[in-house]
Design a protein around this ligand. Structure first.
Ligand code: A5P
Length: 232
């Protein structure tokens, strides 16, 4: 696999700057987070970090942690009780206010639970993820109860949005998430107000989660194609 210097730089920097021994971490899903996992695994193996516990946000992240020898647990662990010291995750779009679109990898539901469980949230990305407005470029992912998707489609089309049910590759038919639900991707055609849209979407029955992450005040670490890394 070829290395992406921007993603690698951002992922490594998040671990080097923010992860301390003894922390309970939430780890997201995606190629940039996987560079952070790589760094975490390396530092644990060398003994530079100790007593780390990780709550993964997807089956893929769970498996990657197992492969790297990173200790895993879940939010119900008595040592955690729903509160993490830090979560590190990628993003599909980042606006100037620090609002995010996430869910390109289909893990948005667990990612949002983990981000909201963390005392500090660090977003890692290459600089191509920065946009002026969310929602008109990268389609907004939704996790939807399979029974409810036609109803969700109608509700969003009535708002003038364009939706599609995400289709699998490697299996015909819709993608089924780690939680057994469907994914829909929405284009709004016009800039949206992210906090307002996140709230409005949460009122639609059967729409289990949307990929807008607002109000979290994340630390954003970006990297570019030359491997230069900076915090926004
Ligand atoms: C996973 O569902 C997403 O939220 C990812 O965090 C997002 O797609 C970023 O992925 P990359 O780091 O692979 O760009």
């Amino acid at each position: 696999m070829s290395i992406n210097p921007g993603k690698q730089g951002a992922g490594w920097e998040a671990v080097d700057r923010y992860v301390k021994s003894g922390m309970k971490l939430g780890m997201g899903t995606g190629s940039t987070t996987f560079y952070a996992l790589e760094r975490l695994g390396e530092k644990l193996a060398k003994g530079e970090l100790k007593d780390i516990l990780v709550v993964p946000t997807s089956v893929e992240t769970h498996l990657e942690c197992q492969r790297l020898g990173i200790p895993l647990t879940d939010l119900g662990d008595p040592k955690i009780r729903g509160v993490l010291d830090l979560a590190i995750d990628g993003a599909d779009e980042i606006d100037p206010q620090g609002n995010l679109i996430k869910g390109g990898g289909g893990a948005l539901l667990q990612e949002k639970v983990v981000a909201h469980s963390a005392l500090k949230f660090v977003v890692v990305a290459d600089d191509s993820k920065k946009v002026e407005h969310l929602g008109t470029g990268f389609p907004l992912p939704l996790e939807v109860l399979s029974f409810a998707w036609p109803r969700v489609q109608k509700a969003l089309e009535d708002w003038g949005a364009e939706l599609r049910l995400r289709q699998g590759t490697g299996k015909r038919g819709p993608v089924v998430t780690d939680n057994g639900n469907y994914l829909m991707d929405v284009l709004f055609h016009q800039p949206i107000d992210p906090p307002e849209m996140e709230s409005r979407l949460s009122l639609i029955p059967g729409l289990l989660e949307n990929g807008l992450f607002t109000g979290l005040n994340p630390i954003i670490i970006l990297g570019d194609s030359q491997g230069k890394v900076w915090e926004e």
